[in-house]
Design a protein around this ligand. Structure first.
Ligand code: MG
Length: 163
C-alpha cells in the first residue's frame, strides 16, 4: 500500500471517530430535550461509526502498515432545533461520502485492488447513511410545529435503539 493511501486511511479513522463524537454529542443534546428515542438512535449511530473506524484500523494492520492516531476535534454541543440537527447529520454524511470516494480514487490511481475492494463496503454503506439521514430530515420537516408528530418521530427513532 502506498504511503499516501496509508495516510489517507489513517485520516479516515479520525473522520469516523469524529463522526462517533458528533453523534454522541447529538445524543446528549437530544436527551437534554427529553427526545430519548432520537438520543437512542444517535447512540446506535455512534457505535456504528466506531465500528467503521475499527474496520479501517484492522485493514491497515492486515496490510502490514502502521496505524497512527491524531487528535479528535471537539463536536458542536448545541443545535437550534431537531430539524437543524438532522440537517447537520445529512450534511455530515454527504461530507463522509466525499471522503470515501476520494479514497476510492486514490486506490484506483495506485492500482491498489485490496483497498479498492475493502472500500466497496463503505461506498454502499454511505448510500444507506445518506438515505436514512435524508428520510428522517424530511419526516422532521413534515412534522413542522406539531408536537404530536415530533413525539411519533421520536418513537420511530427509539425503535432502532431497541433492536
Ligand atoms: Mg461512517
Amino acid at each position: 500500500m502506498t504511503k499516501v493511501m496509508t495516510d489517507k486511511i489513517n485520516d479516515q479513522i479520525n473522520a469516523e471517530m469524529y463522526s462517533a463524537y458528533l453523534y454522541l454529542s447529538m445524543a446528549g443534546y437530544l436527551a437534554s430535550k427529553n427526545l430519548n428515542g432520537a438520543a437512542g438512535w444517535m447512540k446506535m449511530q455512534a457505535k456504528e461509526e466506531m465500528e467503521h473506524a475499527m474496520k479501517f484500523y484492522h485493514f491497515i494492520e492486515d496490510m502490514g502498515e502502521r496505524v497512527t492516531l491524531k487528535e479528535i476535534q471537539a463536536p458542536p454541543a448545541e443545535w437550534n432545533s431537531l430539524l437543524a440537527l438532522m440537517e447537520n447529520v445529512y450534511a455530515h454524511e454527504q461530507k463522509v461520502t466525499k471522503l470515501i470516494h476520494s479514497l476510492v480514487d486514490q486506490a484506483r490511481a495506485d492500482n491498489d485492488h485490496a483497498s479498492f475492494e475493502m472500500l466497496q463496503w463503505f461506498v454502499k454503506e454511505q448510500v444507506e447513511e445518506e438515505l436514512h439521514a435524508r428520510d428522517l430530515r424530511d419526516k422532521i420537516k413534515l412534522a413542522g410545529d406539531s408536537v404530536n408528530a415530533l413525539f411519533i418521530i421520536d418513537g420511530i427513532m427509539g425503535k432502532r435503539a431497541q433492536g
